[in-house]
Design a protein around this ligand. Structure first.
Ligand code: PMP
Length: 394
């Protein structure tokens, strides 16, 4: 799993060189291309039509492999005609939102991926945040959704495990949300990007007027740079999604699709059905990531003034910064200021919780080596300890 992505430090002169930034702010798992993906790309490159446009909805082989994945995992029949390939899950989300949201409200439970509100707006809708509990531990249920729903509400956008908090929607909660959406003529948009990294239970998924699933190869298959995503929808929505793809990105890169198809076929060869759908590579990655989450918790446990919020799954760990903020350590009055200050003073890159609807928190990506996580914990400890004693001295 991920080698360190530490960036070169900003150099201001030889006298005040700082050690390189430990950048835990982004979220990706970096691994060498799996052999099957490499071979598929090399084969695709030899084809005289390698640089031609791929088919608009995506390569049949990839759509069939994605449909097979969902059919095996959820027990719901799916075929290539139900799948549209997009340029990453984020373009899949955009295309799904553009099909249902224009002129309407989209409920976005907090905390949420930082991009959701802008994606909804760019698709012509209005994002409406659904308040969650402060730690984001329990995703919003029907009562909270009803408190913000109006006649303008057309969709509900959820992801599990939640980026950033790592909270997981369990089977009961998903059942409740499906029933809630169907009863109110709302479309549930399930962002499936992190499916293997939490206790997400999938039976009952039924794409139709009230449910769309958006997934991708970036996180679970560690192929972020290939920009492969997809939408699983029923026929009327498929047509709308494909129209958006045609008028925005056009077809996704053919060789990248060949690689993703090969990886999904490998998953099908080595995986099973239902909860055992993950093939060898995904199961290994999920187990490693569970270890990384535990390691990150340990590395951050002793940092003063920041309290780790144990995640149930996912790629991230959130730190409750309310004690640091109450004392205005490093002069920071909110999580954005604290985030900037820690980047500068501790050399650790984090993300501000308010961009995820989780104010007062900081988010870090756990997909790093033990050494990097421990070094980040030490830097934060040294920096905040010094800041606290400077604050006391004044
Ligand atoms: N959904 C969530 C919740 C994410 O965190 C991300 C990426 N960080 C995406 C979608 C988009 O993934 P991509 O476009 O790389 O497939």
């Amino acid at each position: 799993m991920s080698p360190s992505r530490t960036a070169a430090p900003a150099r201001t002169g030889s006298a005040d060189r700082q050690p390189p930034l430990i950048d835990l702010s982004s979220g990706q798992i970096v691994e060498p291309l799996p052999a099957v993906a490499r071979e598929a790309m090399l084969r695709a490159a030899e084809d005289p039509r390698a640089a031609a446009y791929a088919p608009g909805p995506g390569l049949e082989e990839l759509r069939a492999a994605v449909a097979d994945h969902y059919a095996r995992r959820t027990g719901t029949a799916a075929g290539p005609d139900d799948i549209t390939v997009t340029a990453g899950a984020r373009h899949g989300l955009f295309a799904a939102l553009a099909a249902v949201a224009p002129g309407h409200d989209v409920l976005v439970p907090a905390p949420h991926w930082s991009h959701y509100p802008t994606l909804v707006r760019q698709a012509g809708g209005t994002p409406v945040t659904v308040p969650g509990d402060p730690d984001g531990a329990r995703p919003a249920g029907p009562a909270r959704l009803d408190a913000v729903r109006t006649a303008r509400t057309r969709a509900l956008l959820v992801n599990s495990p939640v980026n950033p908090s790592g909270a997981c929607y369990d089977a009961d909660r998903m059942r409740e949300l499906r029933a809630w959406a169907a009863d109110r003529d709302v479309t549930l948009i399930v962002d499936d990007t992190y499916w293997a990294y939490g206790s997400h239970v999938d039976t009952g998924v039924r794409p139709g007027p009230h449910e769309v699933v958006v997934g991708g190869a970036s996180k679970v298959y560690a192929l972020a740079g290939l920009r492969i995503g997809w939408v699983w929808a029923d026929r009327p929505l498929v047509a709308a999604v494909r129209e958006t793809v045609e008028h925005t990105t056009g077809p996704v890169s053919g060789p990248a699709q060949e690689a993703a198809a090969a990886v999904l076929r490998e998953e099908s060869r080595t995986g099973g059905t239902g909860a055992a759908v993950a093939g060898e590579a995904v199961a290994r990655r999920a187990a490693e990531l569970a270890g990384r989450r535990a390691r990150a918790l340990e590395a951050m446990a002793g940092v003063p003034f920041l309290r780790p919020v144990p995640p149930a799954g996912g790629l991230y760990l959130c730190l409750d910064a309310s004690r640091a903020l109450a004392r205005r350590l490093l002069g920071a009055g909110d999580d954005r200021e604290l985030c900037h200050a820690l980047r500068r003073a501790a050399g650790v890159g984090l993300r501000a919780g308010s961009t995820f609807g989780m104010p007062g928190h900081l988010r870090l990506c756990v997909a790093e080596t033990d050494d990097v996580l421990l070094a980040a914990g030490r830097r934060l400890t040294t920096c905040l300890t010094a800041a606290a004693s400077a604050a006391t001295d004044h």
